[in-house]
Write a protein that binds this ligand. Structure first.
Ligand code: SF4
Length: 95
């Protein structure tokens, strides 16, 4: 009897688990940290004198996403993902 009572509790625990393993959210351009660094999800939309054509997160030294990934982690935006085609003013060409 006690075992049967425990089943719904165990199921509730399993329902919460996927949320813990879900991929982090992508950085919003309106995020204060993103706005401070002039981050744009599409590098081509950048209007900054520091930006040069061809620069994008995917070829930035800070980008930690796998090659060919749509987005990936960047230590400047801890806990969030940046677009591989994004750009921010901390861009540093991959060595
Ligand atoms: Fe993209 Fe590099 Fe800026 Fe991170 S530091 S958001 S990888 S340009």
């Amino acid at each position: 009897r006690n075992f049967i009572k425990m089943i719904p509790a165990a199921c509730a625990g399993l329902a919460i688990a996927p949320a813990l393993f879900a991929a982090p959210a992508t950085v919003s351009e309106s995020d204060p940290a993103a706005a401070a660094l002039n981050y744009k999800a599409n590098a081509k939309a950048v209007k900054s004198p520091k930006y040069a054509a061809g620069q994008a997160c995917k070829n930035c030294n800070f980008y930690q996403g796998a090659t060919g990934s749509a987005n990936g982690p960047c230590p400047l935006f801890a806990g969030k993902l940046v677009s591989s085609n994004g750009w921010c003013s901390a861009y540093a060409k991959k060595a």
